[in-house]
Write a protein that binds this ligand. Sequence first.
Ligand code: SF4
Ligand code: SF4
Length: 105
Amino acid sequence: MGKMTFLEKIRIPTYNDPKQVTPGEVDFDDRKCTGCGICVEVCPADSLMMEDTKARMRPPGENQCVFCGCCTAICPSGAVSMKSPFKYTLFFKLIDHGEPKPPRL
Ligand code: SF4
Ligand code: SF4
């Protein structure tokens, strides 16, 4: 990232700082998950992992989910649902998340 001015620094949260941003969360239906691992492959934030042949979110501190919806969109079994979007903390103002929408395939 290029150099930011002082004003930009105090207005823009640092996404990977847990004090400033709480990452998003997705949920898995273990009865539907076949363990194919595609959701883990596509996650741009590397926030998913396989555990005992089921997909899971990485633990707090390793999860930086940006709530993009790729995992939900690509799961062939419909096992992933969008649970809660990322949230800003401190004084950062959230303008609008909008409704979560999986990306177009
Ligand atoms: S893409 Fe769906 S079925 Fe495949 S591992 Fe992820 S949750 Fe399970
Ligand atoms: S919503 Fe996006 S960032 Fe979050 S776990 Fe799914 S693919 Fe990864």
